[in-house]
Design a protein around this ligand. Structure first.
Ligand SMILES: *Cc1c(COP(=O)(O)O)cnc(C)c1O
Length: 369
């Protein structure tokens, strides 16, 4: 079996990110509603995959509208996407106005205060930048309530704030049978009717698979672009994007009764072979996968034993004859997709992606065509 390459060996784990899979996933999501536009949500450093690398690839695939969470992420996006439309989901956070204006970023406004402040900034600066209006149809998180938004329809503040997009966010899009999906759809349809001529956007990744009525004018997926399954419980229609491999630093034999790792949380029930990987929670691999997660060695699933340390993970490789010093173990990839790794760590794949650390040596494959 191959020895992991020298660069990865020097760093610990190697994270491979497939840029062509990212472009292909964005196209597949857009094909769910071919008559409308598909944007891309690239917040949190493009879900941990690297905004500066990913955004130009999406632009090359035809994406023209991007969403980030913070103004600072918008500034990074702008530096690689000079012509794109970029919306900032968290809105006009007090103090962020100058950065938004300077980099032509469009806040997603969610309150009367934000509308007033943005309108004032547009008038003062002479930069009449558009903005989106966030309507909260059930999340109770950000945005005007449906009745507030209906009351503001036709109000001069809407034009003064340059509203060019209506937006709402789904509470349970990944659970297609939840009644709230239909209620949010109906609530948002009321808003669309009250604001004629302004396009609407409701669907996140899972929303793209909820069928008619959700699509409106602009799809807004994030997670699925990066390989996450937008249809949990059903086969993943996306191509995998990331692969995480760590080199085996040492292999040892233990006997019945021997413990492994901090506080000896795992005790060998018989003679076992253990492999210690050069990766840990400080790299972004979740400590909560201790005693629950797996890694693949030569294709064989090997359980993680004991507590995950800051820089090391211990595997039981008794059933994996390929395990040897310097050989690779796959922590994410093949049968271990981000959704299943998230489940094993008691969380969701979203958190696995967004915690991918800067300590990994990052290897981008599948160049932009
Ligand atoms: C993160 C986010 C999205 C993208 O959601 P995914 O589930 O990652 O596709 C869309 N809209 C809003 C408001 C978001 O916060």
């Amino acid at each position: 079996m191959a020895i992991i390459d020298a660069i990865a060996a020097a760093h610990g784990a190697r994270l491979t990110i497939d840029l062509s899979a990212i472009a292909e996933n964005w196209r597949r999501l857009g094909a769910q509603a071919p008559h409308i536009t598909c944007a891309a949500v690239v917040k949190a450093d493009a879900y941990g995959c690297g905004l500066a690398k990913v955004a130009p690839v999406l632009w090359g695939a035809g994406c023209r509208t991007f969403f980030v969470a913070h103004a600072s992420e918008g500034v990074t996006a702008r530096s690689v996407l000079p012509e794109a439309v970029i919306y900032v989901l968290n809105g006009l956070v007090p103090g962020s106005g100058p950065a938004l204006m300077a980099h032509a970023l469009r806040p997603v406004l969610g309150s009367r205060e934000e509308l007033d402040e943005w309108a004032a900034l547009r008038a003062e600066t002479g930069r009449p930048l558009p903005a989106a209006l966030h309507v909260d149809t059930g999340m109770n998180r950000l945005g005007l309530t449906i009745s507030e938004a209906l009351a503001l329809a036709g109000d001069p503040i809407i034009a003064a704030a340059g509203i060019d997009l209506l937006m709402s966010h789904l509470v349970s899009a990944e659970l297609p049978d939840e009644a709230i999906n239909r209620r949010q759809c109906e609530g948002f349809a009321q808003i669309i009717r009250a604001y004629p001529g302004i396009p609407g956007s409701l669907a996140n990744s899972s929303g793209c698979y909820l069928g008619d009525g959700i699509a409106n004018d602009l799809l807004r997926p994030g997670y699925a672009i990066f390989g996450g399954n937008p249809t949990p419980g059903r086969p993943n229609p996306m191509r995998p994007v990331i692969r995480l491999e760590a080199p085996i630093a040492q292999v040892r034999e233990v006997k019945a009764g021997d413990g492994a790792g901090y506080n000896a949380r795992w005790i060998a029930s018989g003679p076992r072979r253990l492999a210690t990987l050069s990766v840990g929670y400080a790299d972004g691999y979740p400590r909560s996968a201790s005693g629950r997660g797996h890694a693949l060695v030569g294709g064989v699933p090997c359980p993680i034993v004991g507590l995950i340390s800051m820089d090391l993970v211990i595997l039981d490789v008794t059933d994996a004859p390929a395990a040897r010093r310097g050989g690779p173990a796959t922590l994410i990839g093949d049968a271990l997709d981000v959704d299943s790794v998230g489940r094993a760590a008691g969380t969701i794949g979203y958190e696995i992606l967004t915690n991918l650390g800067s300590r990994y040596v990052r290897h981008y494959v599948g160049s932009i065509d």
